[in-house]
Design a protein around this ligand. Structure first.
Ligand SMILES: [Zn+2]
Length: 137
């Protein structure tokens, strides 16, 4: 860890943090230093690295997408659910500001789920034209 350096708001001197007790006042002009504004941008970087976890929705969506590809008769419900899970996972990952990871899983869930749905559509609509229960809206 580099020593915490901050800048005085009044005289703009750089004040280096030495020792375990935080420097609360500027040694030059006596200005009270704000606690939450260190000069380095370490707060956001440290937060995104230590506490991030993989989105459960993204992983679940990817698993369902793979299952729906393997078990094609289940492709319609499972593929649809995996696409929805992947999309909601992507949104929550974007909103989490680094706390959630797993964009790759979420994208995989959406893409594989869509492929599974398309394969299901091709099989059920084009290959079996006599099977028209779904097309009669
Ligand atoms: Zn000062």
């Amino acid at each position: 860890m580099t020593p915490q350096a901050r800048q005085c708001e009044r005289c703009h001197r750089t004040i280096e943090q030495r020792g375990p007790t935080p420097v609360r006042f500027c040694p030059v002009c006596g200005q009270a230093l704000s606690e939450s504004q260190p000069a380095g941008a370490e707060t956001s970087a440290a937060r995104s690295d230590t506490r991030s976890r993989t989105s459960v929705q993204a992983v679940l969506g990817l698993i369902l997408a793979v299952v729906s590809l393997v078990i094609q008769p289940c492709a319609f419900p499972l593929g649809l659910v995996s696409v929805l899970l992947g999309l909601t996972a992507q949104k929550s990952i974007e909103r989490s500001a680094g706390l959630l990871v797993g964009r790759g899983y979420a994208l995989g869930a959406v893409v594989l789920g869509l492929i599974s749905l398309i394969v299901w559509l091709i099989i059920n609509v084009f290959v079996r034209p006599g099977h028209h229960e779904y097309a009669s809206f």
